[in-house]
Ligand binder design. Structure first.
Ligand code: ADP
Ligand code: MG
Length: 267
């Protein structure tokens, strides 16, 4: 009886966790001897925009890759909408850190976006007018409607980034994971991307972004997750993004100029 009572007492907590679009427990990932991510818990809040923040090499990209099952964990669990990753994979869209992908192989912009529909299309599926219409709509949403027939390799980095965002929109996911989408992009692209992400949030989607620009955190995000191999802080920006948590995450690596800039932003 006592056991039953205590189990009942814990039920609401388990329920809350299961609703999280992404819940990570005790995650440790190691590429060699030294862990890249050590014993990390993370609970992403549904319908919000969360920034993952930390210095270079802190394990930010590794967190996203582990959440997607791209890198195997040494230990830990990942749950997506309260279920296993395998069951929920179709609900996650991922925009990787803009790699120096060699686009020598000619690929049209529209075909990159159509890749987002591969689950619907299947391997041998024919691309039909409705698929093209969806892809065109997604391109329009990122302000790239006029570039559908261009070669992806001929676009600027910022334009390519918008096309990859359009591809993830085509997928119609519920959880969006983006790795430094604003790194090295032009101002127009940054504006276009943030406005699309905010509209996803308005539609009830959940967005998680690895973010490097501390000055825009207040403006862009609801929640932050600070990491430096271990978790440093997690929660609403007003509570978890403070001079103290930043100092803990960056240590001596935060330049004085950045600290000054931040003090102003946080004031
Ligand atoms: P961040 O995205 O925060 O800059 P990463 O997750 O990319 O950090 O990397 C975390 C640590 O793991 C770093 O020390 C990095 O050098 C190492 N690392 C990342 N990817 C690999 C890999 N494929 N092989 C070996 N080490 C890696
Ligand atoms: Mg990274």
């Amino acid at each position: 009886m006592l056991e039953l009572a205590s189990n009942l007492g814990q039920a609401p907590k388990a329920e809350d966790l299961s609703k999280s679009p992404l819940s990570i427990r005790g995650l440790t990932v190691s590429y060699g001897q030294k862990p890249a991510v050590f014993s990390v818990d993370m609970t992403v809040e549904a319908g919000k925009m969360t920034a993952i923040i930390g210095p270079n090499g802190a394990g930010k990209s590794t967190m996203l890759k582990a959440a997607l099952g791209i890198v195997p964990p040494v230990s830990g669990q990942v749950q997506v909408f309260g279920r296993s990753l395998d069951e929920q994979r179709a609900r996650i869209a991922y925009v990787p850190q803009r790699a120096s992908v060699d686009w020598d192989f000619p690929t049209r912009v529209i075909d990159v976006v159509l890749m987002g529909l591969y689950r619907e299309l299947g391997l041998m599926g024919r691309v039909r007018a409705k698929h093209r219409a969806t892809a065109m709509d997604c391109l329009a949403r990122v302000g790239m409607g006029d570039f559908a027939d261009r070669q992806i390799g001929q676009l600027s980095g910022g334009q390519q980034q918008r096309v990859f965002l359009a591809r993830s929109l085509a997928q119609g996911a519920d959880l969006y994971l983006l790795d430094e989408p604003f790194a090295g992009v032009d101002a127009a692209t940054e504006k276009a991307i943030i406005s699309v992400l905010k509209s996803l949030r308005e539609a009830g989607k959940t967005v998680v972004v690895v973010h490097h620009d501390l000055a825009t955190v207040n403006d862009y995000f609801d929640n932050v997750f600070l990491i430096n191999t271990r978790k440093v802080a997690e929660g609403p920006v007003a509570e978890a993004f403070t001079a103290e948590t930043l100092q803990n995450a960056y240590g001596g690596r935060l330049a004085t100029a950045q600290v000054d800039q931040l003090a102003k932003a946080l004031a």
